[in-house]
Design a protein around this ligand. Structure first.
Ligand code: KIV
Ligand code: ZN
Length: 389
């Protein structure tokens, strides 16, 4: 185990719910929240109470009933959002107010229609207003990765003085690339004068497919917390996927040398629950939890895995709670994989019978993309019948 802890902040119920077409009701949210607690996330962002009455009720329900976990709620840097979040979170065992305001020139000019000084003032005032109402205050500089570094440093430094104990660096539009994002984290760690004892967090979006890589680069450069969603669901191309970041950290423990609280055996069932409730089918080649993530089709690979699974597998499916079929039988499969499958299906055939059945299997595999178990059982039965005659 490494010596530095990575805090896992899950935002499946907030940013994950911003996935187009996805909406969680109060019951859905509670069911997912219970599972996330079992998974071992450190902080659970339950929603955005000021966004709707429904979300307010859903956050309140989680805060009142789910204990031994920090419950966070998002709000803009305005009094109304803070008051609403306070009402939703006041019975949480440990509450975190997550305030945000944009810091990039683009957002300040076109979206907020404010000056930089006004943004700074608003950020600081909102933290001061929230202080004392919650156990912790987190501040996010929206669009941080496209913000001016000097301004960003100044904003973070002043919100820390005002009472924020967690500062979050979002790559809001998934624009950054790993080397650059890592350097940005290192820069902020070095240049924010009062950053000691403050948690430095990252929040990466996946528009260029780099949310996980950017999060890992941030960790390498000293980030303490990662914000993630289960299966990477979220606005547009989504967020950094919890299961991918965690499995990368563990599989390459030799490289990252950090630890986390995630109970990996719960990963697969958590992803299944979220994808079912969200109504999102996972792509077959999705890393870690896609249906093909641990399947091998090519004969050479199947043969290698039979001798030693490490030849072509860097992850152990059982570690994340998957009971899986490793081999997909198709036209590229070899005789060894076929023989193993026959045995798994409970049949014992002679060498000669296997040869004949394998020939039939290859003929069928030329016609069908994937040969299913029942096709193989039919081939075996036909073969055994023929041999009886
Ligand atoms: O992407 C983003 O910038 C966010 C913030 C509100 C943290 O979701
Ligand atoms: Zn986001």
């Amino acid at each position: 185990m490494g010596d530095r802890k990575v805090i896992v902040f899950d935002t499946t119920l907030r940013d994950g719910e911003q996935t187009p077409g996805v909406s969680f009701n109060k019951e859905d949210k509670y069911k997912i929240a219970e599972k996330l607690k079992k998974l071992g996330v450190d902080v659970l962002e339950a929603g955005f109470p000021a966004a709707s009455n429904g979300d307010f009720e859903a956050v309140k329900n989680i805060a009142e009933n789910l204990k031994e976990i920090t419950i966070a709620a998002l709000g803009r840097s305005v009094k109304e959002d803070i008051d609403r979040a306070y009402e939703a979170l006041k019975h949480a065992e440990k509450s975190r107010m997550h305030l945000f305001i944009a810091t990039s020139d683009l957002h300040i000019k076109y979206k907020l229609k404010m000056t930089k000084d006004e943004v700074l003032k608003r950020a600081v005032e909102s933290i001061k207003y929230a202080k004392g109402k919650f156990d912790e205050i987190q501040f996010s500089a929206e669009d941080a990765s496209r913000s001016d570094y000097d301004f960003l440093t100044k904003v973070f430094s002043e919100v820390i003085d005002a009472g924020a104990s967690i500062i979050n660096v979002p790559d809001t539009v998934g624009y950054s690339v790993p080397g650059e994002f890592g350097k940005m984290i290192a820069y902020l760690k070095k240049n924010i004068p009062n950053i000691d004892n403050v948690i430095l967090s990252t929040h990466c979006h996946n528009d260029l497919g780099m949310a996980v890589a950017n999060s890992l680069s941030a960790i390498e450069n000293g980030a303490d917390q990662i914000e993630v969603t289960v299966c990477g669901i979220g606005e547009r191309a989504g967020n950094a996927a919890l299961e991918e970041v965690v499995m990368a950290l563990d599989t390459r423990k030799d490289y990252f040398n950090v630890f986390h609280n995630i109970n990996k055996k719960e990963i697969y069932s958590t992803c299944s629950l979220v994808s079912e409730i969200a109504g999102i089918k996972l792509q077959p080649n999705k890393p870690i939890v896609g249906v093909n993530a641990f399947r091998h089709q090519a004969g050479v690979h199947q043969h290698g895995v039979m001798k030693n699974r490490m030849t072509y597998e860097i992850l152990n499916p059982e570690d994340i709670g998957i009971e899986t079929e490793h081999f997909v039988l198709g036209k590229l499969s070899g005789r060894n994989a076929f023989e193993l499958k026959v045995e798994k299906l409970g049949y014992k055939l002679s060498h000669d019978e296997i040869d004949k059945a394998f020939k039939k299997f290859k003929e069928l595999a030329d016609e069908k993309k994937i040969v299913e178990d029942e096709d193989i059982v039919n081939i075996i039965k036909e073969q055994l019948e023929k041999d009886k005659k």
